[in-house]
Design a protein around this ligand. Structure first.
Ligand code: SF4
Ligand code: SF4
Ligand code: SF4
Length: 275
């Protein structure tokens, strides 16, 4: 029987080297893309159909000094994923190991997963009309290998293991990090049903450009759980419900602050990157 897995991303150990992003591209044979400095050393605005994990840099000023908050971001593989609920073609599914994956045979590139993900993670390739995101390296994990990012990270900032053991490790590490960073917290284990990728942050989520309380858009639940099962509503109303979800999400500050248009990266849906 497959057991639930977990990746712990310990930002207190991250040096912003971006090796995780390169390893992800190498293993998944994702082509290189034109990059530009967004701010500081950040060279990607967000995820794209061909960049499934990237590192954002955030400047934090305290007592007249600046230090970096660095964040490797990818799909968090939520236990209750709003992308899956929003998917119009039932192309998104979950594995026993805790991953949320896209079946590209079924994906029609509608983009509802993008607009309903609190982190704006999946991105649609316009040419292929398919959405793409981190697979959790399921092909490696099912063959006893570490996810490529965890395998590559040299500082121990990305760790992989069984869910319960990793949660224990995360709690122990949090207690340690709090001695230096009193605002340190775990991000993800209490969100969206509990995410498979959890973060140890040294500061509040907002300082990393993350939504503090991401949640399933109310309009999406309303449509999928109440209105749609009753039936008799025009299909076009789905778009309206999902659109409302986006507005509701934005109003609650779910989305990370948008940096700039991501059009050149080949996505037809806006992405949300770091500051
Ligand atoms: S490889 Fe590790 S240290 Fe380097 S940016 Fe990624 S998470 Fe941070
Ligand atoms: S982070 Fe977004 S894309 Fe990933 S499983 Fe959660 S809702 Fe879906
Ligand atoms: S788990 Fe694999 S696909 Fe996901 S970010 Fe890491 S290297 Fe990329």
């Amino acid at each position: 029987m497959t057991t639930r897995k977990m990746l712990l991303i310990d930002t207190s150990l991250c040096t912003g080297c971006k090796a995780c992003s390169v390893a992800c591209k190498a293993w998944n044979e994702l082509p290189a893309e034109k990059t530009q400095l967004v701010t500081g050393y950040q060279s990607q605005k967000g995820t794209t159909p061909n960049t499934w994990t990237y590192v954002s840099f955030h400047e934090k000023y305290e007592n007249g000094k600046m230090h970096w908050l660095m964040l490797k971001l990818q799909c968090l593989h939520c236990a209750e994923p709003s992308c899956m609920k929003a998917c119009s073609s039932k192309a998104i599914y979950q594995t026993e190991s805790g991953y949320t994956l896209i079946d590209h045979e079924k994906c029609i590139g509608c983009g509802y997963c993008v607009t309903n993900c609190p982190w704006g993670i999946p991105q649609v390739d316009k040419a292929k009309n398919k959405a793409y995101k981190c697979t959790g390296c399921i092909d490696r994990v099912e063959n006893g290998l570490l996810p490529a990012c965890a395998h590559t990270c040299q500082t121990g900032a990305v760790q992989f293991g069984e869910h319960d053991a990793m949660m224990e490790k995360a709690e122990a590490r949090l207690a340690e990090v709090k001695k230096t960073y009193p605002k340190a917290n775990l991000y993800g284990d209490q969100l969206m049903g509990g995410t498979t990728y959890i973060y140890l942050l040294t500061d509040e989520a907002e300082a990393y450009g993350l939504p503090a309380n991401p949640s399933m858009p109310i309009s999406l639940s309303l449509w999928k759980d109440i209105i749609h099962p009753v039936g008799g509503i025009a299909v076009g109303a789905v778009a309206a419900a999902v659109g409302l979800g986006v507005l509701a999400n934005a109003a609650r500050g779910n989305y990370r602050r948008r940096v700039a248009d991501n059009a050149e990266a080949g996505s037809h849906v806006d992405s949300y990157g770091g500051e």
